[in-house]
Design a binder for this molecule. Sequence first.
Ligand code: ADP
Ligand code: MG
Length: 242
Amino acid sequence: MTILELDAVHRVHGSGATAVHALRGVSVSVGQGELVAVMGPSGSGKSTLLNLAGGLDSPTQGTVTVDGTSLGECGRRALAALRRRRVGYVFQDLNLLASLTAAENVALPLELDGMPVRKARPLAEAALSEVDLDGLGQRFPDELSGGQQQRVAIARALIGERRLILADEPTGALDSQTGEAVLRLLRSKVDGGAAGVLVTHDARHAAWADRVVFLRDGVIVDTAGPLDQPDELLNVPGGARS
Ligand code: ADP
Ligand code: MG
């Protein structure tokens, strides 16, 4: 079953002489239980693709379908509800709310969706413990390290009944051990019935995916199956994943 489908998607940012053609006819589909990694140089359109997939931005041309709903045909309210309920998003810059505690940040999507606080909070605490942040729920983001903040953002993206998990370099601020834990979590959420898209620069992280899509100048230039020997394939220094 297909959960995410981009069909001949173009996205032009701006207009006239300064227009940037960030995506030029990208088609990709991600099924239930499937994790797709997106790799490519800086500026190749990876974040644009993820924003379109999450309904945070709309294509100039082409269609995006999430869980059977064509985003271009759904109204603002329906789109907001779909984003809140069905899509989990880990942003490159985390987007944690500074005035909310870690647990409140994680519970936010559930509460926005109408779940009472007394129900949402224990779920948030459980999600925090899944990312090894037991007991830190009452801290504010600025009382946590970069890596801990990143894990709060991940807990928030995975909480609830998400069908589609979108992660834009979610392991950026993490040491390799924590990064690996985050990928294992993402993998298990996907194995549990979601679909996932992971933007990463790291071939060892892409090795967790079922499929790797390479973007260059807004075009998919290559797709590969699972990377069994990423270090060899992409000549990444640092040795094999252990
Ligand atoms: P990546 O995530 O692969 O680094 P992006 O999707 O962020 O790439 O950007 C693709 C291209 O689109 C780049 O040239 C970038 O400068 C441009 N771009 C992205 N967002 C905007 C925007 N909001 N306005 C104008 N140009 C943008
Ligand atoms: Mg980016």
